[in-house]
Write a protein that binds this ligand. Structure first.
Ligand code: NAG
Ligand code: NAG
Ligand code: NAG
Ligand code: NAG
Length: 628
């Protein structure tokens, strides 16, 4: 159009138009060259004599070769800035660096930079940052590493940073190397989880408290020279010092405890002669450690659980706490007799099937990362969950508490889980499910979820871990939700890494879960049930969800109905009489998966819509709405 105008206007005006286009280019285009950006960055530095060859004579990169000192190049673009031992000081112009779109690593080690840590949140794509050996000081905001999902290496050693080690570090999915030695950090070390870090050093700070379990395999020299750190690999934490008053109180308590113990021993020896065994105390022989070891052996397939240890009558009993009054009581020994079998091993621990003497099968789930709350609070939370009563919510029958692990006991469900029937091997006798069964399952799940919302209003995500393997199916394929309400007790780092709520778009984008997060999980479950496909984003831990199930379904739906065969699971059938209703449910699934929380339905609306879906398309209804 410009060209057309120019011919009409003639030669003189053509020049004006050309000038206009050039001006427009400068106004609208922020495409500064890398040289311009780097020169702006250099301007803010003090004592930058070492950067004398940074000038406009040639661009910083030529292919993979760097033409400027301290620049790392690939394919003619800057991917790294490495300015070490150059006596540099002044301000680090993060806003300039931000414009280097391919920048992945930055090192300013061993210079004279001071003041607070620059706002590196703005450099969201960085993979490594090296600022060791400067004079940086002051606290680091807790959230400064939020959203830096690519960050692998952080070197801040030999500075004067103070305050607490930022909590946002434990949310970084790719972090492997963290060097913070020789600073003035105080407080406790954040709960880094097991296997996350490969290199780690916080020696010579002012840290206190117990070293997190996830770091206990590190070299002891990584923790030396702190104020008061304890626990593996250092010495174990001593009990707190006691005042005289406390000693007296403890003395009295110990006396009482001894008296109580003697009474218990007397009662127990009396009970031994009585046949009935209705007490809830498990008579697992040996001590608690041996009990764990039995489970461990089972996991390794060297099981012959309990039987082997049955011979010795032990003294440390394993106490199961029952949450349902109307249930037959049993003990851990009853549960773990020879018929125990491993059902699967999840991210938090393993699941066993165990049969009671009467033949009734129970499921024992073992959780290892549940130390977010203390013993009292844990008991209280379990009692709260134990009070729940709904046909689509699987009750927790009993639990066992130990600091290092928890066991939750519930009934065994004959048809195992929705996962098995959606993705299991049909030739192994798992009947594939038809449309009416699937619809019934989704309706039951929705009801159960709404019940959890009503009964657990204080939880942000009342379920928190809704996925097909946590939708159990009874003998009539009615769904029962399990693993609900655990977000408050699971260790935060584990929750963030593994629980479905933390795979939601809102957690990825804003680091927050909301009251609508379980609705998103419900949407994913609907899509999984209708397509028979695994939501790939669950499987690719930590990766972006580019191959996300919701976007795939959405694309196909948008492209028109011709492709719908490709979306619906072929085993589901029902196309002739129910395709309209099937489409309705699919669309509900998509709406629940809406990435923008504001636009997403709340639980009430989602459940109402699901309730309206019918088993068969109804001709009359279509006519009346003008559909035909
Ligand atoms: C550089 O180019 C090669 C070949 O085209 C490509 O494989 C590589 O990924 C590119 N690297 C970057 C950082 O773009
Ligand atoms: C740092 O940058 C981020 C992202 O641009 C911004 O949200 C945040 O407010 C900044 N923090 C400070 C302390 O300036
Ligand atoms: C611990 O680190 C020190 C110093 O880096 C090294 O000499 C020592 O061998 C390491 N010990 C272990 C058990 O890795
Ligand atoms: C940790 O840093 C201290 C102090 O620089 C050093 O002596 C120690 O060897 C380091 N340990 C490891 C494992 O890097």
């Amino acid at each position: 159009m410009m060209a057309q105008q120019a011919t009409i206007l003639g030669g003189h005006s053509r020049l004006i138009v050309l000038l206009f286009i050039i001006v427009l280019h400068f106004v609208t285009c922020s495409c500064k060259s890398e040289a311009e950006i780097l020169l702006k960055f250099k301007e803010s530095l003090k004592d930058n004599g070492a950067l004398s060859n940074w000038n406009n004579a040639k661009p910083p990169c030529n292919g993979d070769n760097e033409k400027w000192v301290g620049i790392l190049c690939e394919n003619g673009t800057v991917w790294g800035v490495k300015l070490e031992n150059m006596g540099l000081g002044g301000v680090i112009d993060v806003d300039a660096l931000k414009e280097l779109t391919n920048l992945r690593t930055i090192s300013l080690m061993n210079n004279n930079f001071d003041g607070s840590l620059p706002n590196i949140t703005k450099l969201g794509a960085l993979k490594s940052i090296y600022l060791s050996g400067n004079q940086f000081s002051g606290g680091i905001p807790a959230n400064v590493f939020d959203g830096m999902l690519s960050l692998k290496k952080i070197y801040l050693a030999r500075n004067k940073f103070s305050g607490e080690i930022p909590q946002s570090l434990i949310t970084l999915p790719r972090l492997r190397e963290l060097m913070l030695q020789d600073n003035e950090f105080d407080g406790e070390i954040p709960q880094f989880h097991d296997g996350m870090l490969i290199l780690f050093n916080v020696s010579d700070n002012e840290l206190i408290g117990e070293i997190p379990y996830g770091l206990s395999h590190m070299n002891a020299s990584s923790f030396s020279g702190n104020k008061d750190l304890c626990g593996s690999p250092l010495e174990s934490c001593a009990p707190a010092k006691l005042s005289v008053g406390t000693i007296i109180v403890v003395g009295i308590l110990v006396t009482l405890a001894v008296a109580a113990l003697i009474t218990v021993v007397i009662i127990l020896s009396w009970r031994k002669q009585t046949p009935e065994q209705e007490q809830a105390t498990a008579s697992i022989p040996n001590n608690r450690k041996a009990f764990s070891t039995d489970l461990d052996k089972m996991e390794q397939g060297t099981a012959s659980p309990v039987k082997s240890t049955n011979s010795k009558k032990g003294d440390n009993n394993v106490k199961l706490t029952f949450l349902q009054d109307d249930r037959e009581k049993f003990n851990m020994g009853d549960l773990l007799r020879a018929s125990a079998e491993i059902l699967g091993s999840g991210i938090f621990g393993s699941t066993y099937k165990a049969a009671l003497n009467a033949g009734k099968a129970m499921v024992v789930k073992r959780f290892r990362h549940m130390n977010n709350v203390g013993k009292e609070e844990f008991h209280e939370h379990m009692r709260r969950l134990g009070r729940l009563n709904h046909q689509n919510v699987l009750p927790i029958v009993a639990f066992y508490y130990r600091k290092e692990e928890k066991l939750l006991v519930s009934d065994y469900m004959e048809n195992i889980s929705l996962t098995v029937h959606l993705h299991g091997n049909t030739s192994r006798g798992h009947p594939c499910q038809d449309w009416p069964t699937r619809l019934n399952i989704i309706k039951g799940v929705a009801k159960g979820l709404l019940y959890l919302y009503n009964e657990l209003p204080s939880l942000v995500a009342p379920h928190g871990h809704l996925k097909s393997s946590n939708v159990l199916l009874d003998g009539s394929f009615n769904p029962l939700l399990t693993d609900y309400g655990l977000v408050p007790v699971v260790n935060q780092d584990q929750a963030q890494e593994h629980m479905i709520a933390y795979k939601s778009p809102e957690y990825k984008n804003n680091g927050r879960i909301t009251k609508k997060t379980d609705v998103w999980s419900l949407g994913m479950l609907i899509l999984e049930t209708m397509t028979g496909k695994f939501p790939s984003s669950f499987l690719q831990q930590g990766k972006g969800n580019d191959a996300d199930l919701a976007s795939w379904v959405e694309t196909v739906v948008k492209e028109g109905n011709d492709d719908m065969d490709q979306v619906f699971d072929k085993n589901m059938g029902g196309k002739e009489k129910s395709e309209g209703e099937m489409m309705k449910l699919l669309q509900i699934g998509l709406n629940c998966c809406e990435a923008e929380v504001d636009k997403r339905w709340d639980i009430k609306e989602a459940v109402e819509r699901i309730e309206q879906v019918k088993e068969k398309d109804n001709d009359q209804e279509y006519n009346s709405t003008g559909f035909v």
